[in-house]
Design a protein around this ligand. Structure first.
Ligand code: 5GP
Length: 185
């Protein structure tokens, strides 16, 4: 059967694989061990920043062995395609108080740093017992505001990437690996 035109266009946009499933798995195992050792039995609250970190959160929480609760927050900084708006919008806030929690923010990627700088301040002002940030990807060279995550699994160059939760116009989140997005085809 011939491929549908949508499928052909969809596949053409998936570029070179930057990070394989195996590499992700390996780094998540190490990150889980580091986080478990850092809290050493103390309960933590993982806060995933939606939508991009939903896959990372699902795998990371299963690599952690301290008592662990999960919560979600939805922030938008990209409104369409690959263009950043430069503004951070909290579309869905936390549904709980965090004053009794060691909070770990779980993010997919730090790019300009604006989103995490904003969310770190916002959550920090709610007085959690402690606050740390873990990110799957870090595009250090793209930073426009100063922000350093406590733990970063992969540093990547300035490519627009898709997969493992990261989208382009809401698609490609279900790719099990990280690929470069082909902007021009
Ligand atoms: P920042 O505020 O650090 O510029 O951007 C953070 C957000 O921008 C991420 O949570 C993610 O949603 C989006 N973003 C930044 N770079 C990329 C990228 O290469 N690919 C995708 N899909 N999203 C990105």
């Amino acid at each position: 059967m011939e491929k549908h035109a949508n499928q052909i266009e969809y596949e053409k946009r998936i570029g070179r694989t930057l990070i394989t499933e195996e590499q992700i798995k390996e780094e998540i195992k190490k990150a889980g061990e580091k986080i478990s050792a850092l809290y050493d039995g103390r309960p933590i609250l993982l806060v995933a920043i939606l939508k991009g970190s939903f896959v990372f959160m699902a795998d990371l929480c299963r690599a952690i062995n301290v008592p662990c609760e999960i919560a979600f927050m939805c922030a938008q900084s990209y409104f369409s395609g690959t263009e950043s708006s430069g503004k951070v919008n909290v579309v869905m806030d936390l549904d709980r108080d965090v004053t009794k929690n060691h909070v770990v923010i779980v993010e997919d990627i730090v790019d300009t740093g604006r989103t995490l700088k904003y969310l770190h301040k916002l959550i920090g002002e709610r007085n959690p017992i402690s606050l740390h940030v873990v990110t799957l990807l870090d595009k250090k060279e793209r930073r426009v505001v100063e922000f350093t995550p406590d733990l970063s699994l992969f540093e990547i160059p300035d490519y627009f990437v898709i997969g493992y939760g990261l989208d382009c116009d809401e698609k490609y989140r279900n790719l099990p690996y990280i690929a470069e997005y082909n902007i021009n085809i």
